[in-house]
Design a protein around this ligand. Structure first.
Ligand code: AHN
Ligand code: ZN
Length: 326
């Protein structure tokens, strides 16, 4: 297409057509511009990796901690710096173990006037206990959350940076949810997880908010990440799952976005789907670790050294291509 446009313009130059002030004759002035090859936003994986490291440098972002408060301020300021209209939704939540925690969901809106919208989500909190750590003494310590938390947020901060450089046709809302990970691992009860998302679905930042789809990113940065089609995502939004996996494959990320059915994961997207917004979960599921997730999941070893920028890129570039496909 690029070459065709060049040819047309060169031909116009040859026949002596001047675009200035000519309303007829030499074609319509707007045509070459409208047909220009779409530039694609290029996801910068090193920038995303730096956003993982910046979050982890605060320490574990456990709700109620100083690290959590400071990182929340950082995330809101980053979204503002990248041109989003930012809302901070503050709430006090009660966890399954009776702890009262001060939390906030952080929302960054792009193109607020657009009716067609996409919702992009990740949780930014850290689990208070590394209860899957192989060393018993570590299990009372919090999870550093480089992959479980920071990776999805980091991808969305880099997406935000790209959105600020080129306004999308559709509206995009980045929702960073709190208190996903203070759940009861022994209960088999979904409702103890994703407390920030549950608060948001009951109190949306805009009444009647209805994006076309949601995309949740969770544990998207580990080396060797593989994204199978998560069960609830397929159940609620099969067509969109297929679309996202096709976009990923066409961009060359078929080794990450594998063409297989994954398990059912309790995660933020469940509550978004229950609220009537079809929402998929891009989540790294493993069959060979014993937990279903990456090897350092809910351990004190979930630190930035396990993050591979190639995994962040596969997810971030796919999300950008989906956004700019509309
Ligand atoms: C359960 O462990 C039940 N679900 C995983 C949800 C999760 C935890 N995502 C991140 N941390
Ligand atoms: Zn977790």
């Amino acid at each position: 297409m690029k070459y065709l446009c060049f040819f047309v313009m060169a031909a116009m130059a040859l026949v002596g057509c001047s675009s200035s002030g000519s309303k007829s004759g030499c074609g319509t002035q707007a045509a070459p511009k409208a047909e220009a090859a779409k530039p694609t936003a290029v996801f910068d994986a090193d920038s995303a990796l730096a956003y993982v490291e910046a979050q982890c440098a605060f320490g574990p972002r456990v709700p109620g901690s100083e690290a959590h408060r400071r990182c929340g301020d950082y995330l809101a300021s980053k979204l503002r710096a990248h041109g989003a209209a930012v809302t901070e939704q503050r709430m006090t939540l009660t966890t399954f173990d009776g702890t009262s925690i001060d939390c906030r969901n952080i929302i960054g809106e792009y193109n607020p006037g657009a009716a067609k919208r996409l919702l992009l989500m990740a949780h930014w909190d850290c689990r208070p206990w590394a209860d899957n750590d192989p060393v018993p003494a570590h299990r009372r310590n919090p999870v550093p959350g480089a992959n479980d938390g920071a990776s999805g947020v980091a991808v969305l901060l880099e997406v935000a940076r790209q959105l600020s450089a080129r306004e999308p046709k559709i509206g995009v809302d980045i929702l960073l949810v709190d208190a996903e990970d203070w759940g009861d691992s022994g209960a088999g009860n979904d409702d103890t997880w994703a407390l920030g998302t549950q608060y948001w679905t009951a109190n949306m930042h805009r009444p009647g908010y209805r994006p076309m789809y949601g995309i949740l990113l969770d544990m998207v940065g580990a080396s060797g990440a593989v994204f199978a089609r998560e069960y609830f995502s397929t159940y609620y939004a099969q067509g969109f799952v297929n679309e996202v996996w096709r976009v990923a494959r066409e961009a060359g990320y078929g080794d990450f976005f594998i063409d297989s059915q994954g398990g059912a994961v309790t995660d933020d997207h469940i509550f978004v789907n229950r609220a009537g917004i079809p929402c998929i979960d891009i989540i790294d599921q493993r069959g060979d670790t014993g937990t279903g997730f990456f090897a350092q999941w809910h351990t004190t070893a979930d630190t930035p050294d396990i993050i591979d920028p190639a995994s962040l890129e596969a997810v971030g570039q796919t999300v950008l291509n989906v956004i700019y496909s509309y």
